[in-house]
Write a protein that binds this ligand. Structure first.
Ligand code: FES
Length: 164
């Protein structure tokens, strides 16, 4: 795909273990048209490739809330919506855009209450350990894997496999 570009993420959001990691070919760039997402897997690592208006990004294919696969969510511009609790996350900035329906902590540790999609009654959260777990679950910012395109193939720098 001529002209496909790579999104330049904030350096502080580099995924751990990738600073000097080797690049691995993961997908022909023609299989990731603008506006699409794909999961690629390396060992036990599932990576989300997304072709946003600001370029191609690679992050974990795990929601920053409770790890649901974002690759089966929806992508609108830079924003991906999680299929599990309707959280929305900006793949270009790394920040959450809309907190999950469960509420909880944002990346800065600020609490957000539960919410309901328009037209539905407000959710109640019965007290107990599950409610406490939801309240203390922190949504994090994305961590990015370095990406490059070589001879029409997307390559991603992935951390070395963990020893079994
Ligand atoms: S797991 Fe994605 S919003 Fe909860």
């Amino acid at each position: 795909m001529p002209g496909a570009r790579i999104h330049q993420f904030r350096p502080q959001l580099l995924a751990p273990g990738t600073r000097d990691a080797p690049f691995s070919p993961v997908l022909p760039v023609g299989e990731l048209p603008p506006g699409s997402m794909r999961r690629v897997t390396d060992g036990d690592l599932d990576v989300l490739l997304a072709h946003t208006p600001e370029g191609i990004v690679a992050v974990d294919d795990r929601c920053p809330h409770m790890s649901a696969p974002l690759s089966i969510g929806t992508l609108e511009g830079c924003e991906v919506q999680c299929p599990l609790h309707e959280g929305r996350f900006d793949l270009c900035s790394g920040d959450p855009v809309r907190m999950p329906t469960t509420g909880g902590l944002d990346p800065d540790g600020v609490y957000h209450a539960t919410w309901s999609p328009a037209g539905l009654p407000p959710k109640t959260d019965p007290p107990g350990l599950k409610a406490e777990a939801r309240r203390l679950t922190r949504v994090r910012r994305f961590r990015y894997y370095p990406v490059r395109i070589v001879d029409g193939t997307i390559e991603v720098a992935l951390p070395a496999d963990l020893e079994p």
